[in-house]
Design a protein. Structure first.
Length: 100
């Protein structure tokens, strides 16, 4: 609930003050905070698209062996780069898909 109403100028002004002086938050800072409300929404949507495309691809294989042959980790990273325009993690942080 908090995230829905604390984005108004009046609420931010009444809730925010300097912890030592009690001085109210400057109005230009309030406007900057309000303008950043949706800054990560597009990245969230791209991430969800990435998951969906990967899931659909993995479910198109006829059997487990075919899915393993496609190198799921490499495909996951390639889709991440293509869709979300993010470089995959490198080295120890590589995404590994569990293959049973």
């Amino acid at each position: 609930m908090l995230e829905n109403w604390c984005w108004t100028q009046s609420e931010l002004t009444s809730l925010s003050s300097h912890y030592k002086t009690g001085e109210k938050i400057p109005q230009d800072m309030v406007k900057t905070i309000i303008n950043t409300k949706h800054v990560n929404d597009a990245l969230f949507n791209l991430r969800q698209l990435h998951f969906a495309f990967f899931d659909m691809e993995m479910h198109t294989y006829k059997n487990h062996d075919d899915a393993v042959k496609c190198e799921p980790s490499a495909r996951y990273n390639k889709l991440r780069t293509e869709i979300a325009l993010l470089d995959p993690p490198g080295g120890v942080g590589d995404v590994r898909i569990l293959t049973l």
